[in-house]
Design a protein around this ligand. Structure first.
Ligand code: BGC
Length: 675
């Protein structure tokens, strides 16, 4: 998903040094408290049809944010990755098939059902990216999509309408659904179409046929009709639209789209900048107003007459320009900070030498790209600010929309059925084009297809994170506070439900471990994972419980005060049991994806489930989601994930996995038990 094609054709202006660092008056939006946004509940029962909530000013204020279990599993499987695996990231609807789910991947309903569970009845944001316009990614090839330039009809009826129908389901009315609408598309119409030096034929086509503008308008109108959807439209980044000659036209085309195809500006809750890009949030060692020996930094090769040096100043200025152009004065901004950290050993520690504007800017800038138009798998980049709410005036939240570790594009051509091409901006040997002013691409080598997991990039992002990631056994040694207030909230003959008060920690609580009679029996995820139901117990028996909190650096708190609970007398009130159904989604001869549906076939609710099987051939599971895997030779045991163990009588849940094999791939016989 390239998002950095700047305008090589912009007009050069003489320096105009009236102080115009548009940071002024922005309406105070939402709470200014720094709320931790990663929360996930553990074994809380799924909330039933939740109450519709009126749209709020800042959806992130006071709300938890959805942790995508598929991304979390990829991150947690990386060395050091568990320190960030509990962060919320967006779910990308990047093709029609993503709505129902592709082999081994949850569909939209699956994610929303999980979100309702994680919400556990509290205010909760789920972040979606709507990304399948006709002729997608017109100035690059890496994220070209499945719909041709003229297929606006399919976009409406096969993509937007079904998404809107799912989002309108009353079961999801209690969620705050934040959508990022069609990144890169409208900015591409500004700089890469219509006779500019950087225009591409595909962008010219999309400008001429109106399908970006009308597609975005249609999406905004349809999705905006759902009362709990919050639309944020993509507004590029400072290194793309931050030139005066680009910004005005960008605001205009966004306004045009917001009022196209039956939409009005009321459907726009805000804008998002830096989506999937690498532009620094705040450059600490220079501002756009600085000059060296009377020469403005705007004349440096790096700034090159841009009006902004970083995303925060750009986002705040963009907001004001949008309001002046007729958007709602209450619009808020999101900034994608997933990969704009620029820490690590190469990060400057002070301003550059004041010998020339170039040495001053180049010596002091934290963004180490060759050029701000570079957008693919940038070498040297790090994770940026962790997601959080209302960090600065006018900014609704810092968010991780591009899931860190997912590639921007392949470094060479890889055949695929998603329409994705090979863009040389992802090839580290490429010396550039007009859109990055003929600089080296700066891309990491060995990258897989856009959207696929790229382990080396994840490691690079972790290493260069700014603020640094203190987990992974280095740095932080302060343990979380001891969990307090441990109590039993319900007891049956076979289960004890526990609750306690959240712990606090300097680098963030990632979850809790529950001990029964001194043995760990389960865990929960996130600082808010403060409930747990223990199952498989014997009637009329006393059990002693304690709870320990863990933090992002792997430190554990001291154990809570112990609580002794006696289970209820046996009643013969029904029992749970289960079946497991195995389905192969796709099999390509040396590997396959499968999913397994677990159904409680008993008459009582279950709190835990376990599925086991033995492979008949050489099959080995390589990664698994929505369950916990234990594998020993051909025997496989999968137990529930912390959030999907609770199964009412008759209810189902599913887990999925990818596996490799050689020779035959006969389906195994599964056994299923509940407790
Ligand atoms: C890809 C999408 C993917 C997204 C998130 C984009 O570059 O084109 O397929 O879902 O990145 O990683």
């Amino acid at each position: 998903m390239p998002s950095g094609h700047h305008n090589g054709g912009r007009t050069r202006r003489r320096p105009v040094l009236h102080r115009l660092r548009a940071l002024a008056a922005v309406a105070a939006l939402g709470a200014t408290s720094l709320l931790p946004v990663a929360t996930a509940s553990a074994s809380a029962a799924p909330a039933e049809a939740s109450t519709p909530a009126a749209r709020v000013d800042n959806p992130y204020a006071g709300a938890g944010v959805y942790v995508n279990p598929e991304w979390a599993a990829n991150a947690a499987a990386e060395p050091g990755g568990s320190a960030v695996a509990g962060q919320p990231t967006a779910v990308w609807l990047d093709r029609i098939a993503a709505i129902n789910g592709t082999a081994g991947h949850l569909g939209l309903r699956g994610h929303l059902d999980n979100a309702v569970r994680q919400a556990a009845g509290k205010p909760f944001v789920v972040q979606l990216v709507v990304y399948d316009l006709p002729g997608r990614d017109c100035a690059a090839l890496a994220s070209n999509g499945e719909l041709g330039p003229t297929e606006i009809g399919r976009y409406r009826t096969e993509f937007i309408d079904p998404i809107a129908a799912v989002l309108a389901d009353p079961a999801y009315a209690g969620l705050r659904i934040v959508t990022t609408v069609e990144i890169d598309s409208l900015p591409n119409l500004v700089t890469n179409a219509g006779g500019t030096a950087t225009a591409t034929p595909q962008c010219d086509t999309m400008k001429a046929n109106g399908n970006y503008v009308n597609g975005v308008g249609y999406a905004l109108a349809k999705l905006g009709a759902v009362p709990n959807v919050y639309n944020y439209v993509d507004a590029g980044h400072h290194g793309w639209l931050g030139w005066d000659s680009n910004l005005g036209p960008a605001v205009d085309v966004l306004h045009q789209a917001a009022t196209a195809a039956g939409s009005t500006t009321a459907n726009v809750h805000g804008f998002i900048v830096n989506t999937a890009n690498y532009s620094a949030l705040k450059e600490p060692y220079y501002t756009i107003d600085d000059s060296v020996n009377g020469t403005s930094v705007r004349q440096s090769a790096w700034v090159d007459w841009n009006r902004y040096v970083d995303e925060l100043s750009y986002a705040q200025a963009f907001r004001q320009k949008a309001v002046s152009a007729g958007f709602d004065p209450a619009v808020g901004m999101l900034i994608d900070t997933s990969r704009n950290g620029w820490g690590g050993a190469a990060r400057p520690t002070g301003p550059g030498a004041r010998t020339s504007v170039d040495s001053y800017v180049d010596g002091g800038r934290t963004d180490r790209r060759f050029q701000t138009g570079n957008w693919c798998n940038q070498s040297g980049a790090g994770l940026g600010e962790r997601p959080r709410t209302a960090p600065e005036p006018g900014i609704d939240a810092y968010v991780w929309v591009k899931p860190p570790g997912e590639s921007d594009g392949a470094s060479q051509y890889i055949p695929n059925d998603e329409g994705k091409g090979f863009d040389r901006m992802c090839d580290p040997t490429y010396t550039g084009n007009a859109r990055n002013n003929f600089h080296l691409s700066g891309a990491l080598p060995g990258a897989p297809l856009a959207g696929a997991w790229f382990s080396a990039q994840f490691q690079e992002l972790l290493k260069n994170a700014y603020p640094p990631v203190t987990g992974g056994g280095t740095g932080d040694t302060t343990p979380p506070s001891t969990p307090a207030g441990l109590r039993a909230t319900a007891t049956t003959a076979a289960t004890v439900s526990l609750a306690w008060t959240a712990s606090t920690d300097n680098v963030g609580v990632t979850g809790y471990d529950v001990y029964r009679n001194g043995t760990a029996v389960g865990s929960t995820t996130g600082a808010g994972g403060t409930t747990y139901t223990d199952g498989g117990l014997t009637a009329s028996t006393a059990y002693r419980y304690t709870v320990v909190a863990r933090d992002a650096a792997g430190n554990a708190s001291t154990a809570s005060a112990a609580l002794t609970v006696t289970t209820a007398a046996g009643s013969g009130g029904g029992s749970s049991g289960c079946t497991a159904t195995y389905r192969v989604g796709s099999d390509w001869g040396s590997g396959f994806n499968a999913d397994v549906t677990v159904t409680n076939t008993g008459t009582a609710a279950a709190t835990h489930w376990k599925v086991t099987w033995t492979w008949g051939g050489t099959q080995q599971v390589s990664n698994l989601w929505n369950g916990v895997l234990a594998q020993s030779g051909p025997s496989v045991t999968v137990t529930n994930a912390p959030y999907n163990g609770a199964l009412a009588a008759g209810a189902s849940t599913a887990f999925g996995f990818g596996a490799g094999y050689s020779g035959g791939n006969t389906a195994p016989t599964l056994s299923c038990t509940t407790s």
